[in-house]
Ligand binder design. Structure first.
Ligand SMILES: [Zn+2]
Length: 269
């Protein structure tokens, strides 16, 4: 038989809690979280977010190791989210979310190439490159604002649309890219992944047919200068990097299920 007095106490506590929460205050977050959440909402609205898939099992061990290593350098929790887009790619928004396009998992030749890409993206977040990009972008494209206004979004939403647009075109400067390569190499080395993976990936791109070069390259122009900067960093910090082999034949294969099923997050409103 239920203890009626106990139930009343529970109800009293619950109702007090509810009363205490009402009126719901505007959640006070910092601009990075707000921008990151708006970007997430936009991707969700477009039906790109993959809620569940066996692909997460392949991604998770690498993502976890990188998060553990990189987290002390950033105030918000890192989270890796699979998305479905037309070209292999990865991008990070302010607030800690790192988006990995499902086809990237099939594009990379080994674990180190994927780890290198993720370390690079996490570094953009640590360097707050997305925030800088938006601060520079004083004048957001008019058509982007008009398109956004039709949906009645908040300003964060408008900026998020612009941010995602920028990230899918030539967003960051060469300098920001090189800095993300260098920090990314440090993170990968510390997390136990051979940082040569990023160099191998760039070389794969350089050798690829220009029509087959995925968007990742247009986001991350892989000219020789970037590879040189990374190698220079390796030489300058031999105590950290000399233990890693530059030979791609030493790479660990990355196992990913063929034709993995994917369940998408309902857009909702
Ligand atoms: Zn980049």
């Amino acid at each position: 038989m239920p203890n009626v007095r106990f139930l009343w106490i529970v109800l009293a506590i619950l109702s007090t809690a509810c009363l205490a929460q009402a009126p719901t205050p505007e959640p006070v977050t910092d601009p990075e979280t707000e921008l990151g959440q708006a970007a997430y909402n936009q991707l969700k609205q477009k039906g790109e977010i993959i809620e569940s898939s066996p692909l997460y099992d392949s991604l998770k061990p690498i993502a976890d190791a990188i998060s553990r290593t990189a987290q002390p350098q950033y105030t918000h929790p890192f989270k890796f989210i699979l998305v479905h887009e037309s070209q292999p790619n990865a991008f990070a928004t302010p607030g800690g979310n790192v988006y990995v396009v499902d086809s990237l998992l099939y594009f990379v030749r080994n674990t180190e190439e994927l780890a290198g890409t993720l370390c690079h993206e996490v570094s953009h977040t640590i360097h707050r490159d997305g925030v800088t990009l938006m601060e520079k972008e004083k004048r957001i494209q008019r058509h982007e604002i008009e398109a956004a206004l039709l949906l009645g979004p908040t300003r964060a939403h408008i900026i998020a649309i612009a941010l995602l647009g920028k990230m899918h075109s030539l967003g960051y400067s060469r300098d920001a890219e090189s800095k993300a390569d260098v920090t990314g190499s440090d993170i990968c080395a510390q997390a136990g992944y051979n940082p040569w993976g990023l160099v191998w990936l760039f070389r794969d791109f350089q050798q690829a047919d220009s029509k087959q070069i995925p968007q990742l390259l247009s986001d991350h122009p892989a000219d020789g200068a970037r590879i040189q900067t990374i190698q220079h960093h390796f030489r300058d910090n031999a105590s950290t990097f000399s233990k890693f082999s530059s030979d791609p034949k030493t790479a660990k294969p990355f196992n990913v299920p063929k034709n993995a099923s994917e369940r998408f997050l309902s857009p909702g409103y």
